[in-house]
Design a protein around this ligand. Structure first.
Ligand code: EPU
Length: 420
């Protein structure tokens, strides 16, 4: 296992290239199960999570070839309908093979993903969706088993207690592409990753309208064909680099990111005194002289993303004054507070709020990465802190940030990877 060693207080400079979106790539890779024809995906980030999804596709009967950011998916044998515990339990995103396998094979057995450190993470909306499409669903020995003749289009409301669900929307949209007749999903997730998935499905011949809005209409077709498709840039990686620059008071250029996908973050950065300016094809981060304390509340897109909450909290620990960080998507996603406090932050948790009394000097410390975005928050704190930070268990970072240590080193940060 590796650890990341960061010598803090360095200023970042230069430019960084953003990789393809992890949370687009995972459902899009799963969507290739909807066709026997070859699919070629470009801009797929090289991450532990995309590797896991490729392994899952192989276990289901696909041949997967990866060259740099390209993934070619072919099929030479019959698909298997069972997604095993071993792969699904390591990554929740694997659950999005449910919709495509059911639509394609009329039966599926997928391990229940279980909870994780960011919360309980139920799958009731996914199951509600496939039941509405006519599947008979049972849960046996930790597996979801679903069967149908052919899925039938319907109107369904997919909102839950915490708002819309990204992967439930993805699962039901994928399932509905091959269903008989029309499906209308109300309260669908509006995330750019859903629009991207719809873009890929349409390139395969699916008939989808409204993706990116709360109502998606899908007209089922009898089969889908192979396709070539390029995945959108990772907005969360781009946002994390913006916060790294903001926290170290650095001016860097972020290449290949999509500003429209980041407006909620940009708005809050502006409030804190940081400017984000378009410069040709790059986004330039111009740091604040004095970071102002601001509060955020996470919401489904286009609201402030929960996947940037931990990183923003880390940034706010450097701002003079009080900021309240509220997570309405994952109310328990605060495991990073304790580690940030070990570095000198002053954050307390009250229910779904983290209250940061910022402005103190952070100092380097040995800290433990607990999940992907919490780890990114520790990297931000480590870059801004005085002295040396050692982040243990960085395999969490490898799940979602391609070549993070190399990209940071290119920006002039003093980071290195070492064996535990
Ligand atoms: N929820 C339910 N029932 C369900 C599904 C979700 O109550 O059946 C709840 C969740 O517990 C949560 C809320 O609805 O409170 C939203 O969860 P959502 O289903 O949207 O999350 P997800 O689709 O499982 C994706 C991303 C997450 C990201 C969330 C929210 C992927 C592979 N994962 O998860 O990404 O946090 O949407 O935007 O797309 C990450 O990249 O670090 C990450 C965790």
């Amino acid at each position: 296992m590796d650890k990341l060693i960061i010598e803090g207080k360095s200023t970042l400079k230069g430019q960084v290239k953003i990789s393809g979106s992890k949370n687009s790539a995972l459902p899009i890779l799963a969507a290739t199960l909807l066709t026997e024809e070859t699919c070629i995906l470009a801009n797929v980030p090289r991450l532990r999570d995309t590797d896991t999804m490729c392994k899952l596709l192989i276990s289901l009967g696909k041949d997967v070839e990866r060259v740099k950011d390209k993934v070619v998916i072919r099929q030479n044998k019959k698909l298997n309908y069972i997604a095993d515990y071993d792969l699904v339990s390591t990554m929740r995103g694997s659950f999005c093979v449910l919709g495509p396998l059911l639509a394609k094979l009329n039966k599926v057995k997928v391990s229940m993903p279980g909870g994780c450190v960011i919360g309980i993470r139920p799958v009731d909306l996914h199951l509600k969706g496939i039941k509405a499409l006519g599947a008979k669903v049972a849960i046996e020995n930790g597996y979801v088993i679903a069967k149908c003749k052919r899925l039938k289009g319907t109107s369904l409301y997919l909102g839950g207690v915490f708002g819309s669900s990204v992967l439930a929307t993805a699962n039901i949209m994928m399932a509905a592409t091959l269903a008989e007749g029309e499906t209308i999903i109300e309260s669908a997730a509006c995330e750019p990753e859903i629009k991207d998935l719809a873009g890929f499905l349409k390139s395969m011949g699916a008939k989808i309208k409204g993706a990116g809005s709360p109502q998606i209409i899908i007209k089922g077709v009898s089969s889908l064909k192979g396709s070539k498709y390029k995945i959108i840039p990772d907005r969360i990686e781009a946002g994390t680099f913006m916060l790294m620059a903001a926290a170290t008071k650095s001016s860097i250029a972020i290449n290949g990111a999509c500003l429209e996908h980041l407006m909620a973050l940009v708005d809050k950065l502006n409030e804190a005194g940081v400017s984000i300016v378009k410069e040709g094809r790059s986004l330039r981060v111009k740091p604040a002289r004095h970071i102002k304390a601001v509060s955020i509340t996470t919401h489904p897109y286009p609201g402030f993303p929960t996947d940037l909450q931990a990183q923003f909290l880390s940034f706010m620990s450097l701002a003079k004054g009080i900021s309240i960080i509220t997570d309405k998507v994952y109310p328990d996603r605060f495991i990073h507070i304790a580690e940030l406090n070990r570095m000198g932050a002053n954050i307390r948790r009250e229910g779904i709020n983290a209250i940061s009394e910022g402005g103190r000097v952070l100092f380097g410390a040995p800290v433990m990465a607990s999940d992907l975005r919490a780890s990114a928050a520790l990297v931000i704190a480590g870059l801004a802190a005085e002295g040396k930070t050692e982040i243990h268990r960085i395999y969490h970072l490898e799940r979602g940030y391609e070549d993070l240590d190399r990209k940071l080193a290119l920006l002039g940060a003093k980071v290195c990877r070492a064996k535990e």
